[in-house]
Each structure stands twice: as structure tokens, then as C-alpha cells.
Design a binder for this molecule. Structure first.
Ligand SMILES: CC(C)(COP(=O)(O)OP(=O)(O)OC[C@H]1O[C@@H](n2cnc3c(N)ncnc32)[C@H](O)[C@@H]1OP(=O)(O)O)[C@@H](O)C(=O)NCCC(=O)NCCS
Length: 149
């Protein structure tokens, strides 16, 4: 299987959106405050076109990564944030996300990023394993809370 990592193009957006629909169903991430919808994809692509990549196999998009950078007035550090990462189910666990991540990390480094963040549901073991393998440490100080009304 030949996989090519390249920058996302506007024509990729429908395919990326539908892959996301199949891998981010609402019952899998019930409490996630981010929602995967058309707006999430198009606005991210509009605002960060240089930080949106796809993995392609035989002309078909099989995975994607969408990141951004964050600067804070009180901090000298520039942060990278991996907002969305996904791989079509039948291509998972074959190293696609690894290649997507490696390329986005290079791009973030070139932009002067020193710390990369990602947020993951605590039950999402595949993603937790993935980020651990890429050298991420689980934050022991950041917790988000919710209240059902
Ligand atoms: C998380 C995800 C992006 C990983 O993509 P992938 O292409 O399958 O990952 P890779 O093949 O590059 O795997 C790299 C590492 O991730 C971990 N991993 C991947 N799939 C895993 C699985 N099914 N179970 C446990 N660990 C897994 C392993 O540590 C793996 O290393 P290994 O191959 O040496 O075991 C993919 O499972 C996915 O799209 N999940 C649904 C969407 C999601 O949760 N995205 C993250 C939050 S935005």
C-alpha cells in the first residue's frame, strides 16, 4: 500500500468530512466540546490551510490531520495544537497517522512551535496510545469539568 502525505486541497474537504463522520460518531465522543460538522472542517481549512494535511492512497484520501498554532501574550512559548486527526477504519494501525503526525510536527517546528498539545477523551485508548507513542505526556494538571442541566 503506497501512502502519500500532502497538503489538503479544497476538493478534499467532502472526503475528509465523511471520513470524520465515520470515525467521530457522537456516541463515541459524547462529551467532547468540539463537534465534527461541515463548519469545523471548512473553517479550520480557511484559517489554517498550511496546517491541514491528508494521506492519500491510490487517489483516495485515507486520513487527515488539522492543526493550528496558539500564542499567548504572557508566554514566550508558541504552542501547536493538533485539533483533528483521523484515519479511515480499514487503514488504521498501518502507520498512516504516524506519517501525518510526523509531517505536521515538522511544519509546526518550522513555525517556531515549542510545545504541541492535543485533547483526547480519556476512553479513547487508540488515540491515547498513539500520542503516548509520539512522545506526549498525559497532563496531570489540566482537567475539564462538566455539569448536566
Ligand atoms: C487514533 C488514530 C488517529 C491512530 O491512527 P493510526 O493510523 O491507526 O495510527 P498508527 O497506525 O500510526 O499507529 C501508531 C500507534 O498508535 C497506537 N494505536 C493505533 N491504533 C491502535 C489500536 N487499535 N489500539 C491500540 N493502539 C493503537 C499504537 O501505539 C500504534 O503503534 P504500534 O503500531 O507500534 O502499536 C486512529 O485510530 C483514528 O482515526 N481514531 C479515530 C479518531 C480519533 O480518535 N482521533 C484522535 C482524536 S482527534
Amino acid at each position: 500500500m503506497t501512502i502519500r502525505i500532502r497538503e489538503m486541497k479544497i476538493d478534499d474537504l467532502p472526503e475528509v468530512f465523511h471520513i470524520g463522520e465515520s470515525i467521530y460518531p457522537s456516541d463515541v465522543f459524547p462529551t467532547m466540546y468540539r463537534t465534527w460538522d461541515e463548519y469545523a472542517v471548512t473553517s479550520h481549512f480557511n484559517n489554517n490551510p498550511n496546517l491541514c494535511l491528508v494521506a492519500e492512497s491510490n487517489g483516495k484520501v485515507v486520513g487527515f490531520i488539522m492543526a493550528t498554532t496558539i500564542e499567548k501574550s504572557q508566554s514566550a512559548w508558541k504552542y501547536g495544537y493538533v485539533v483533528w486527526l483521523g484515519v479511515r477504519k480499514r487503514y488504521q494501525h498501518t502507520g498512516v497517522a504516524n506519517r501525518l503526525y510526523n509531517m505536521i510536527e515538522e511544519k509546526l517546528k518550522e513555525l517556531g512551535v515549542r510545545i504541541i498539545l492535543a485533547d483526547i477523551e480519556g476512553t479513547n485508548h487508540k488515540a491515547l496510545n498513539f500520542f503516548k507513542k509520539k512522545g506526549f505526556e498525559r497532563s496531570s494538571i489540566y482537567v475539564w469539568v462538566k455539569k448536566t442541566l
